[in-house]
Design a protein around this ligand. Structure first.
Ligand code: AMP
Length: 280
């Protein structure tokens, strides 16, 4: 695996390749990231990953400074998963000066759910992803592929809209959420959990599963279902931001439950904020 710290190094490592398959990450890699890299492998002629902790998508009180950085281990894992080129720019390389042009995804999508509780989050995500696409695909011709996890359901939708609206010649491919044996969705932030919190953390996916089961069985009172899910987690000591059933098409509340739905949740357990989702 070749490592690029600068744009010049990245272009040198990618020269001779036309069809990159690209997995952007913030590092502290786990099996969810590595599954995306393996999924990327047959989709291009060079498999590229990036590690960049993007300050622009963190609020001032969030965990940018303490976000886990595990460089040596990440490199070994990526190389073993078949990554060919790792782009790991320093902040000054990606943001040589303050970013004055930013991508503002439509508030109709970006100001709900995660965007409501993390204002500006999707501006940061869309801006860095646009920039990384510019770096990684600059020499590409024909097929270009970028892979994102379904674990970040709303983020995946934002990226799909970004690609459509700017007519980017990039195929966006989703990877299924990878989970621990008990059902907890893998996340870099799971490492913040104490052993007791780790045991409790499975209740997020359990709660989403029971919401999904109720919807499949024909529950129509969605507000009551959501309120009950919030109460369940609160009673166990969680601080939930949202537990909702939404339309897969636009993440708005459904008019009926005949539409394809997804249940999504975000909640803090101790000081760790966990998110998850499940298509119904
Ligand atoms: P992050 O490093 O958290 O920015 O995530 C980088 C990519 O990995 C994003 O596309 C995430 O959606 C994806 N990802 C994170 N966790 C998982 C998981 N448990 N399963 C599948 N993909 C994931």
């Amino acid at each position: 695996m070749r490592i690029a710290r600068t744009l010049e190094e990245l272009r040198a490592h990618l020269s001779g390749h036309q069809h990159p398959a690209f997995v952007p990450t913030m590092g502290n890699l786990h099996a969810g990231h590595l599954a995306l890299v393996r999924q990327a492998k047959p989709l291009g002629d060079v498999t590229v990953a990036s590690i960049f902790v993007n300050r622009l998508q963190f609020l001032p009180h969030e965990d940018f400074d303490s976000y886990p950085r595990t460089w040596e281990r990440d490199c070994t894992l990526l190389a073993d998963a078949g990554c060919d080129v790792l782009f790991a720019p320093k902040e000054k390389v990606l943001y040589p000066e303050p970013q004055t042009f930013k991508i503002h995804p439509t508030p109709a999508l970006a100001d709900l759910l995660e965007g409501q509780f993390r204002p500006g989050f999707f501006v940061g995500v869309a801006t860095v992803v646009m920039k990384l696409f510019g770096c990684v695909f600059s020499e590409a011709k024909g097929r270009r592929t970028a892979l994102f996890g379904q674990k970040d359901y709303q983020q995946l939708m934002v990226i799909r809209r970004l690609v459509e609206q700017f007519a980017l010649p990039i195929d966006v491919v989703a990877g299924p959420t990878q989970r621990d044996a008990d059902g907890l969705a893998l996340s870099s932030r799971n490492g913040y959990l104490s052993p007791a919190e780790r045991a409790e953390a499975v209740q997020m996916s359990k709660t989403l599963q029971s919401m999904a089961a109720a919807l499949r069985q024909g529950t129509t009172d969605i507000p009551a279902l959501e309120a009950q899910a919030m109460d369940t987690l609160r009673a166990r000591g969680w601080a939930p931001d949202y537990l909702v059933a939404r339309r897969r098409s636009d993440l708005l509340p459904p008019a009926s439950n005949n539409e394809p739905l997804v249940v999504l949740g975000a909640a803090r357990l101790g000081s760790t904020r966990l998110i998850d989702n499940l298509e119904v």
